[in-house]
Write a protein that binds this ligand. Sequence first.
Ligand code: DQA
Length: 145
Amino acid sequence: MNILLINGPNLNMLGTRQPEIYGSETLPDLVNALREYAAGKSITLRDYQSNIEGEIVTEIQNARHWADGIIMNPGAYTHYSIAIRDAISAIDIPVIELHISNVHAREEFRHKSVLSAVCLGVIAGFGRNSYFNALDSMARHLQSK
Ligand code: DQA
């Protein structure tokens, strides 16, 4: 099973970015832990991070050649990127939207996601565990197909 992890803008800053909200673990450390966890379940995890909307669109398009599922923290693009929404709609691969923080308990502009409606589901508010929960949910979804 091949799962692609996509992290959007500012998630490369994990570790130093608002640690009271996002924790103090760096993105490479988190990705390594997730990759190890995935390997234990015979899942191959590929990861991609970009701060640039169009690059994320291209990555989603290219995922159709490799991935069985995508788990994605789209960062702030969650709230306004129609281009990323259209890219998700254009491929035939399930996508889970995930957030470290509980976006519904934060500023009002974070309550709205333009992506959720075209995703399989949404996981938010579990800190780093949101990534592990998303991986588990995607694996279960793919196994039950
Ligand atoms: C985030 C929540 C977004 O609102 C924010 O712009 C982020 C991170 C999260 O993981 O909690 O960059 O997606």
